[in-house]
Design a protein around this ligand. Sequence first.
Ligand code: PEP
Ligand code: MN
Length: 339
Amino acid sequence: MSPASDPAQIEAVRLRMVELGFHVDLARSGDRPILCGSGIDELQSYDHLRQLRGWSSVDDVVFSQPSTKFLGKSPQTIDLGGGVVVGGSAIVIFAGPCTVESETQLFETAEAVSRSGASVLRGGAYKPSTSPYSFRGMGLPGLELLAQAGKRFGLKVITEVMDPRKVDLVAKYADILQIGARNMQNYDLLHEVGKISKPVLLKRGLSARYEEWLMAAEHIALAGNERIILCERGVRSFETGTRNMLDLAAVPVMKALAQLPVIVDPSQGTGKRELVTPMSLAAIAAGADGLIVEVHANPDQAVKDGAQSLSPDQFESLVPQVQAVARAVGRSVLVPTKV
Ligand code: PEP
Ligand code: MN
């Protein structure tokens, strides 16, 4: 309560809290009255309690429990099957083109990344694009190609879902569903992916704070799916020298807050191919559980994001460097067992 609040105002707030079901004790700190509610779950009355912040006699409403019920309790690892575990001691490498363009493009790229040490094949079949005139993805044929390439080269498959109505369809083809940065706060979409059993990669929103990102993940968990991997992909900033500002402090912060695996996307994170290797190494040093890297069989011909895509040769030379840093921080890189 505000120190200036009178007994009638204190009583009004106390009665409101009792009405909400709380047992209420009155305490004092110096000249400040404090009403302490207990006995029921605060998060059940979340909106009603926050409403009290607008009462003129109330200085603040402070919750005693963390803002999440599901996340942040104990460290989670995500088992994708076939020996691919994200969040364990081994670092998992996801790689592939920004966008699925054709069978040849995807298969050549998949073959190359598989040979060099990737465990998961990435590729967009449904692409969010700023311009409506930019390629928006192959759609269903792209999903089919991803599943085929994954099978052929022994890779798990990740692809983005943008439409809540397509969650079941995408889940039929993909091993992990990616929620893109632009959709981090699309709560209907978060609830839909919360209803499936496949893991979800939740990218950080373009301007999302840690707490907002955590809450987005909690939406998925509350809907029923706790198999979530977080992905730092850079945020908007004043800097124009890189496409986004890759926030590597997010890695240890979010691992501690959410207790979920965190991977890093140095491709969207920098927008520049020559920055992908140094930032990948820095990400591993910061504790990332994996990398998601854009690789294209022929980056100069890539329909999307060629400037930030590695060639197969560049990717091949990245992997041993990642291994060296992983070893230095007491970890390893997952060596996929190809069938
Ligand atoms: C992508 O992975 O190609 C992509 C569009 O990512 P983001 O949602 O992080 O921009
Ligand atoms: Mn991209």
